[in-house]
Structures are given as structure tokens and as C-alpha cells.
Design a protein around this ligand. Sequence first.
Ligand code: 16G
Ligand code: MG
Length: 534
Amino acid sequence: MSSFPTSELVKFSDLHPKPSNVTFSYGTAGFRTKASLLDSVLFRVGVLAALRSKRLDGKTIGVMVTASHNPEADNGVKLVDPRGEMLENSWETLATNLSNAETTGDFIQVVKNIINHQKIDISKTANVIIARDTRPSGPGLVAALEDGLRAMGAVARNEGVKTTPILHYLAGKKAPPLVVDCANGVGFFAAKAMGEYVNSVLPLIPHNIAINALGALNNACGADYVKTSQRLPPSLVSVLHPGQRACSFDGDADRLIYFYLDDRSQFHMLDGDKIAALVANFIAELAKGAGLDGKFEIGVVQTAYANGSSTKYLSERLPVQCVKTGVKNLHHAAEGYSIGVYFEANGHGTVLFSPSALSILETHQPSTPAQSTYLSNLIALSDLINQTVGDALSDMLLVEVILAHKGYSGLEWDSIYSDLPNRLVKVVVKDRNIFETEDAERRLTSPPGLQQRLDDIIRKYDGGRAFVRPSGTEDVVRVYAEATLRPQADGKSQTFDLEIMFIPNIFPELAFRIAGLVYDESGGDSSKRPKEFL
Ligand code: 16G
Ligand code: MG
């Protein structure tokens, strides 16, 4: 909003005239009186909340519609300052003046006075969060409040029915800053543009933003680097501090991988599988809370690269399908569910809401205020998600929204399940076309007999799983292996060792034995055989 919105204010103010012969007063707990008298007050409080937010550089102001312990026929409204505290004293007087302006003309004049005296920059974006208690007059009064916010062009978030302390908490809540590794690529433009909208609630700190530096793109940074090396990009070593969350995009910002350092500065990765678990759980929780249990099928689509722990965790809760690598395959399978959550371990993914699921969401009648809140959150998620394709920025917002709702840090999200130690190895072979697969790439059908020999090795590793597939993007064959424990070379399991379990990188053995076999079987030149292949 760049100029004073006179016509909007006049139009909306005329819809909410002040009753004559009433004097309002913003008392210790805000305005409070018979609900039937409050329509104009709520509209004007909406305008005032927007002004207060603009005055504070767009920080979020809370508005609670309640009359606390008063009789049900009363209602009221109070403003909550950005740190979750009561409205500053001097503004209580402004609120009282504004509520008592007799006509629309008087009201506009008081608004102008406030802007002048408080030196408010009207062009700032206002952010307001609102909630109400269960009083029957609540919805009508919230509608009047929203008219005030609309007239001022404020960004409003309606939290529905909430306790007063929760509204204070929500108003005071600001996500901790998120470090965003832009892979020195185009994702930086998007992160920068998005930051202008979200920085007041989710401060973004872009790194690896050298978009014009030759050789920098995806070099020792970005989602693929983090996922395959299971390491912090060196450029972030002195940036990230323990407990802080960070995420990496890839070069075209359609992959997203999260990570954080624990309090011992150990690196922990939250990959596409962890995102899928977080998102699928949350959606299932919202659907259940909205009273939609059994009304539609929520399913998850993964590939063979999904960590075994994620598949186990998810399939104990929801239908899970494994398909061949490649976004198009996952997307297609996800279309088979009412709500299809698909993520590759490498961070590509999104959520698809079928047309019938969307129409159920539109027409569903919640039977309690709590159900109504769950439903509106689920609808908001369907708007937030880029359903055309996995989108690092939209996925990042999705993750942040869920973490904020659940009050999770990276650590709590990470502990949904523990990844099995795993390793991905590239094998350069003479002709990768001799490798053919079945069962969603989990087994080889060619070269003949090779799968059996792989099985003989895999069997020796507790919880061992491995597969070999020709890459679709590089002239190599890829080997993926995971296992529960780190075994001895002879196949006997070592004693359970916690340190080893939680350092995934220490698990190269199964992958390197398979890589060695693949190399030899495909006629690899023994003089060029990589040293680490067993
Ligand atoms: C491409 C695919 C991705 C897949 C990867 C596998 C799209 C948009 N991207 O990046 O889904 O995971 O290739 O590569 O489809 P690979 O066949 O070399 O292992
Ligand atoms: Mg990409």
C-alpha cells in the first residue's frame, strides 16, 4: 500500500457505523461490552492493528476477540504487541479515540491524525494474526475486524478458535532465522524475492549466492552435494551454529535438503525422506482433526533410494508405494491418491491434492470449532504447495510451516525415525546399457546371474539392502547400499555400537563390495579399478 486508502476506508466504515449514544473505552483488557454493540469497534480495531504493525516495521500484531469470564452475550477485543505482550499504553488512548469517532468522516480524520503523530510509513506491509473464543458472536465480529484489515491492505492470518494465551504466544512467535544454501544458482533470486514477504516471520539468510562466478554452481554446495557427501558445505562451516536449521537448493531450485548441527556440532541431514515423513504425518493429522478420517486416501510415493527406516516408519501409518527413479514416475503414482505425498530421497517432491479431495475440503462441514481450524489449515496447505512439480521454495515454506505448528526444531523433526547408515557409489562401466532392472529398480535382470551374486553379499549384512541401476543422467551405474549394523568382512555382525550407528558416512563396506563386483562383472579394466572398491 503506497498511499492513504481513503476510498476503501470510507466504503468499509459505512458498512460498520458507530451506534449513537455509546461511549467506548479501551480498558485494561481491551474493549469489552455487549456483543451487539461491538461491530464498529471491531472494524476500527482492525484498522488500528494494521497501523500498529506498520508503525513497527510490519511486525506481527495479535488481535484476540473475547470477553474472557464475562457472560456469553458480552464480547470484546484486545491487541497484542509483537513480542506477545499487551498493547503499549499510549496506543490504548488512540484505540479509545478511534472507537468513539461518531461518523465515517470523523473516523478518517482520527486515522490521519494517528498516522501523522506516530509518523507511520503507510507503505509498509502490515501483518496481523487474529483469533477468537467460542462465543456465538465471535464469527460476525471477526468478519468486521477482517473488513478493517482489508481496508488497510494488511496481511491477516486467521487462527480461528484459540485460547487467549495461545494468541499471545502466536503473536510473539517468530521462526529462528533459516540459512539457505542457494548452490550459487538461480534459487538465490527466488529466495531473495520471497524474503521480502516472509522475513518478518521467517528470516531467510541466503548463502552461496555467487550466481555469476564461473565454476561456482553446485560446487561443494547445494542439495546434491549435501545429500551424496552427507556433509555440511564447507562454505557454511563458519556460518551455521549448533541448533540452527539450514537447507540447500540445487542449481535450478527443484530439490531441497535440510540439515542442522547438534549441540556437539555434529552434522545431521534431513533429506527428502524426512520431508515426506514430516509432511505426510502432518497432513494425516490435519485430515483426522478436521473430521475427514476415512473420507479420502492419503498415500506416499518413494523410490528404491528411500532409506529403509523411512519406508518402515511411513508404511506403518499410510499406504506407501515404490516406483522407478524420476519425478515423472513419482508424480504419476501420487495422482492415484486423494492426497499423494511424493519425495525422492534427493529432495525432489511435492504433494498432490486430487480434484475430488479439493471438493471434499471445500464442502466439508466441520462439527466443532477445532475441526474448522484443522480444515482451514489443510486448505491453506493445499494453497501453499506448488502442485505442478516439486519446488524447493514452496517445500521450504511447507516444512517451516509444519515445524512452526508443531514447535519442532531440527532435532525433534530428525527424531521421527533414525536413518539406516547408507552409501551411494558411482561405478564407471564400459557399457551401462547392459544393466537392466525390475521391481522399481530394486533388482537386476541383466547381466544374467549378477543379482544372485549381489544377494549372496547383501545377505551377510544385518538389515542389508542394496541395488544397482544404470543412471538416467550420467554415463555411470549407481550402487546404493544400507544396513543396520556395520559388519565384519566375514559377515559376522559387530557388537552394537551407537557411535557407528549415528555416523552414516562410516558405512561404505557393503556399497564398495557391490561396486567392486559390478565393476569386475562389466569388464572393467583392472588397472583402473578404484582403490576403495572391495
Ligand atoms: C533427474 C530427475 C530426478 C532423478 C535424477 C536421477 C527430474 C526433474 N529429475 O535429476 O528425479 O532423481 O535425475 O538421476 O526428473 P540418475 O538417473 O542419474 O540417478
Ligand atoms: Mg534440479
